[in-house]
Design a protein around this ligand. Structure first.
Ligand code: PMP
Length: 392
């Protein structure tokens, strides 16, 4: 162990601790990506509480479930994402979206040992972290023209020019982290053509289904994309849309080109699971399966998901207009159009530290802000504090 140096501190976790320790009453924590209410809480959803109550009464065993985890959960996530699992699909319950990313990337590497991972610039930092842990080289493709606006397909395709057959193309399902801006339906069609042309393995990471427009609306482009292409890996997180963060609940679905290839990939992936965490935790998946298989609980969940979405979209509108008013910069109105938990502010990393010190406003150096951390009654004040630091 003497040969080890301490790992660099995780900037987001450090930011979370610093915000927590700040005793100024008006502080604003726009850092770590968790949903919060106006009061700053992250409550357990009503449907989750009720599902837990039912499980407590009905659960009869804690025996192992096996590497695939909970089949009812896998079916239910297959339904939400693909409209149902087919004979080319194999699905696993995983410890969160991260567990799915880790095993999914390992499976991709097994299929194509020299594969590189093509990631949007910017992307969620853990995509690169997981690839690095598995010895997979990452290559970034440009995503938005500057730090703002919708994905620029010409730039994306240019960034993919060097991609070779077998390389992995990571795409985010909806509510892109960190930009809040997603590919359009037409762009997904164009991506499917590119994937076919170059023989790439698409890897679709979905962590915010239901946070942009609605459950079905947010899944439609990915579903159509997967119908167009022979093989793909899909990872899914229930952390945000079910509020199950610490229960570590996610899914990995692999779409093989045919039933025979499906058997090989299913058994190989089960072996990867067995050699790491062996079998997934069951509680979160049992909660989700209970909710999705009960009409009343599902209605309650969808209602609360709709409330979270409504709050985020409302905050976006208020924040965008407050920023436009404070800066006279109309381009910031794009924040109202962006979706999900995050948007990126045009700000220099050193100025985020000044804001932290002087105003108690916490965001990472990239300028990514968690929209759920905004306070509705203080948007004007916040915009005024930010205005002079935003790059125009
Ligand atoms: N993918 C993306 C893009 C995310 O933002 C997250 C959560 N921050 C995840 C995957 C995985 O989340 P978890 O492991 O907590 O389910």
């Amino acid at each position: 162990m003497d040969s080890l140096n301490p790992a660099p501190a995780d900037p987001l976790l450090g930011l979370m601790l610093a915000a927590r320790a700040d005793e100024r009453p008006g502080k604003t924590d726009l850092g770590v990506g968790i949903y919060k209410t106006e009061a700053g809480d992250t409550p357990v959803l009503r449907a989750v509480k009720e599902a837990e109550r039912r499980l407590l009464e009905t659960e009869t065993t804690k025996a192992y479930e096996g590497p695939h985890g909970n089949p009812l959960f896998c079916e239910a996530i297959g339904e939400l994402t693909l409209g149902g699992l087919g004979d080319r699909h194999t699905a696993f319950t995983t410890p969160g979206g991260c567990g799915a990313l880790f095993i999914g990337m390992q499976a991709a590497k097994l299929a194509s040992p020299d594969a590189r991972l093509f990631l949007s610039d910017p992307s969620w930092p853990n995509h690169e972290g997981i690839a690095a842990a598995l010895g997979i080289e990452t290559v970034f493709y440009p995503y938005v023209g500057d730090r703002t606006g919708a994905p620029d397909m010409d730039l994306v395709l240019k960034g993919l020019e060097g991609a070779r057959a077998g390389d992995i193309l990571l795409l985010q399902g909806a509510c892109h982290n960190p930009t809040g801006t997603d590919f359009s339906a037409e762009q997904w069609v164009r991506l499917a053509e590119e994937v076919e042309k170059r023989g790439l393995l698409p890897f679709v990471d979905t962590a915010y289904q239901g946070f942009a427009r609605g459950l079905e609306e947010d899944g439609a482009n990915v579903k159509a994309f997967l119908e167009r292409i022979p093989e793909a890996i899909l990872t899914y997180s229930c952390s945000k849309n079910f509020g199950l963060y610490r229960e570590r609940t996610g899914a990995l679905i692999i779409q093989a080109p045919g039933a025979k290839a499906k058997d090989a990939v299913a058994t190989q992936t089960a072996a990867l699971v067995r050699a790491s965490y062996s079998m997934p935790p069951s509680h979160g998946a049992a909660i989700v399966a209970t909710i999705l298989n009960d009409a009343e609980l599902r209605r309650s969940w969808e209602e609360e998901l709709g409330q979270m979405r409504g709050r985020l979209n409302g905050l976006r509108e208020g924040f965008a207009s407050a920023l436009v008013r404070a800066t006279n910069d109309d381009s910031l109105s794009r924040i109202a159009e962006e979706k999900g938990m995050f948007s990126q502010l045009p700000i220099e990393a050193e100025d985020t530290l000044v804001l932290q010190r002087e105003k108690g406003i916490y965001m990472p150096g990239s300028g990514r802000v968690n929209i759920a951390g905004l306070k509705e009654d203080r948007l004007g004040e916040l915009a005024a504090d930010l205005a002079s630091y935003l790059v125009r």
